[in-house]
Design a protein around this ligand. Structure first.
Ligand code: PLP
Length: 596
């Protein structure tokens, strides 16, 4: 337990006992009898006859080596000034005053460290291990989480962590822990569990929960995220719950920063209102926050990013809107973190942070499912950040001198990433802002020969779409107004929307955007509203192409608003149907879904 939590402990309440929310199978789980032996493995000189471990001398990997970035590879954005030069090519390998941009990482076969918390080597990482994660990496993440990311979680003892194979895995285990499977054929309806979600949400979560029989219950949202009050807001949904649908939901899935897909960022004030309702109705909040570090001060209306007094030790971390954990005096928040957006999705590495009793149950689920994330990944990440743990350790970390990035380096890396994404967001939003309106002009003086601007007069300005500059994340959510399209009386809006999507995929526009219906929490939302919306992801675009691609999106939209013949719409949709077997329809949607 950290010093920090020891000193705060006397005033803080114990986390609530949430056993009543555990699923039957999770309640019944017992500690893996094999894993219980692990603590004895570390006894110096003990003859190892108990475990069924293969011999590490026969692992075919002698070392793992890689060329890796220095933590300062990318330029951070200064608050409210993101438009510094977009030099996001890796700095040249030639020497600069910071040294070469890449370091040589080496994970040795044997680090020579007897202490499991300092051991980063293949003989341990590629062996069977403990379900909470590779001890050295687990202890780094635990400390970073408790002391830097969320230094003020207001319950006694603070939170515990467990490593996962990414947030998808974290969510799946959390849902397994906290809900029983339900089926209409076998179970009474009053036992049906429910999951509250934003009305537009990350569909992987819905696709995890729905097959378990959970009611997917949308909550209305605005540009920040979930609404606490008002029609369709959380209070309305819970107070007026129709019990013929099942139990009042006891779980909430929410993405609070740079929400996928709407890019909303939930303020502390809104979180406080929502948390109070979750206390009142005994709801567990699953906060999935892959975009937390990618918060954009330049989009904030106030001249400075909010600075809650968190005392993480890092100005960058202090400037981020704090997690739900910082309000969580009852221990009802399960937070999912991932390395997918800060290192690489293929790492399949993340962690869950929650009150210790819940983490213990998730540990039991882990013991009999994934056991732990891949040892290759854990060793590579641990060596990169932590580096060799003694002077005789032959490993090399990610810093220029062969030590690890350490916490400072990791935070610097996160700041650099934020800078790169903020510059892309800025470039895209500037182009989108300029292209919102379709302007029709005509000559003021028809006899005039010169085409001077003075001779033209604007006769009509039509707003074709709108969007809110994101305060975080990787997406821009663009909402169209098909009621301003010239064919609005002849062609239903959903059909216009589909034709517009097709037009964008054609020359000269050539851009693929994600249609809103991919993220609609229910069929009703898909039918009534989703066709108005599209999600644009600026993250993967090469920096030098963001403007041009965004301009093609705008040009396509403007060209679409100039279409006056219904036949052209039919033609576009017909062409798409023909392409269906190759890339169209569900196939292309599946591809986009795969892209998250
Ligand atoms: C909201 C959200 N949660 C989870 C994920 C997937 O995370 P992971 O790769 O850690 O499973 C994504 C990926 O796009 C996401 O947007």
């Amino acid at each position: 337990m950290s010093h920090l939590h020891n000193t705060l402990a006397p005033e803080l309440p114990d986390p609530l006992d949430l056993t009543h929310h555990l699923s039957r199978s999770t309640r019944a789980r017992e500690a893996s009898s094999v894993k219980e032996f692990y603590k004895y493995f570390a006894i110096p000189g003990i003859g190892q006859l108990a475990g069924g471990l293969p011999n590490d001398k026969y692992f075919p990997y002698d070392t793992l080596e890689a060329k890796v970035a220095h933590p300062n590879r990318w330029k951070p954005s200064s608050p409210n000034d993101p438009v510094d030069p977009p030099t996001d090519k890796p700095a040249s390998a030639s020497k600069s005053k910071d040294g070469p941009s890449a370091a040589r990482l080496l994970v040795p076969h044997d680090s020579g460290n007897p202490d499991p918390l300092k051991m980063i080597d293949l003989k341990s990482a590629l062996q069977y291990g403990t379900a909470q994660g590779y001890p050295s990496l687990y202890s780094f993440i635990r400390q970073f989480t408790r002391e830097n990311l969320h230094p003020a979680v207001p319950y006694k003892g603070g939170p515990e962590v467990i490593l996962t194979c990414g947030s998808t895995d974290g969510f799946s285990k959390t849902i397994q822990a906290l809900s029983d499977e339900w089926s209409a054929e076998h179970d009474p309806v009053n036992e049906r569990p429910g999951l509250l979600v934003e009305e537009y949400c990350y569909m992987n979560a819905v696709q995890t929960a729905k097959p378990r029989g959970l009611n997917i219950v949308p909550v209305a949202m605005d540009e920040e995220g979930m609404l606490a009050e008002g029609k369709g807001g959380l209070r309305d949904v819970l107070e007026n719950w129709d019990f013929s649908r099942g139990r009042r939901p006891h779980l909430m899935y929410t993405v609070t920063i740079g929400q996928n897909p709407t890019s909303g960022t939930l303020s502390v004030a809104r979180r406080t209102e929502l948390y109070a309702l979750c206390v009142k109705y005994d709801i567990v909040i699953i906060e999935d926050d892959p975009y937390w570090y990618i918060q954009f001060p330049s989009s904030s209306a106030s001249s400075k990013a909010p600075k809650p007094n968190k005392g993480s030790g890092f100005e960058f971390l202090d400037s981020l809107i704090p997690s739900y954990l910082s309000l969580d005096y009852q221990g009802r928040v399960v937070r999912l973190d991932t390395f997918s957006k800060t290192m690489a999705p293929g790492c399949r590495l993340g962690w869950i942070t929650a009150q210790p009793a819940l983490i213990e149950r998730i540990l039991r689920i882990t013991e009999t499912s994934t056991q732990q994330p891949s040892g290759f990944v854990q060793a590579m990440v641990a060596e990169l950040i932590m580096g060799p743990q003694s002077s005789s350790d032959p490993g090399r970390g990610g810093a220029a001198d062969g030590s690890g990035w350490k916490v400072d380096g990791w935070v610097r890396w996160l700041e650099g990433l934020r800078g790169n994404y903020e510059r892309r967001m800025d470039a895209m939003c500037n182009v989108l802002s300029d292209g919102k309106h379709l302007i029709r002009a005509r000559r003021r003086n028809l006899s005039a020969q010169a085409a001077d601007e003075d001779e033209w007069t604007i006769v009509e300005t039509t707003k074709i779409y709108d969007f809110v500059r994101p305060l975080g994340g990787m997406f821009v959510w663009v909402r169209f107004d098909f009621s301003t399209h010239p064919l609005r009386w002849q062609v239903p809006a959903a059909r216009l929307s589909q034709a517009l999507w097709v037009l964008w995929t054609r020359k000269p526009y050539l851009c693929l955007v994600a249609p809103g219906r991919m993220f609609a929490a229910t069929e009703e939302i898909a039918r009534k509203d989703a066709f108005n919306c599209f999600r644009l992801c600026f993250a993967a675009c090469p920096a030098e192409e963001v403007k041009a691609i965004s301009q093609r999106f705008v040009d396509g939209a403007q060209a679409f608003w100039r279409i006056k013949s219904k036949e052209r719409i039919d033609e576009l949709l017909g062409e798409d149907a023909e392409m269906g077997s190759v890339v169209g329809g569900d196939a292309s949607l599946a591809l986009l879904t795969g892209m998250c």
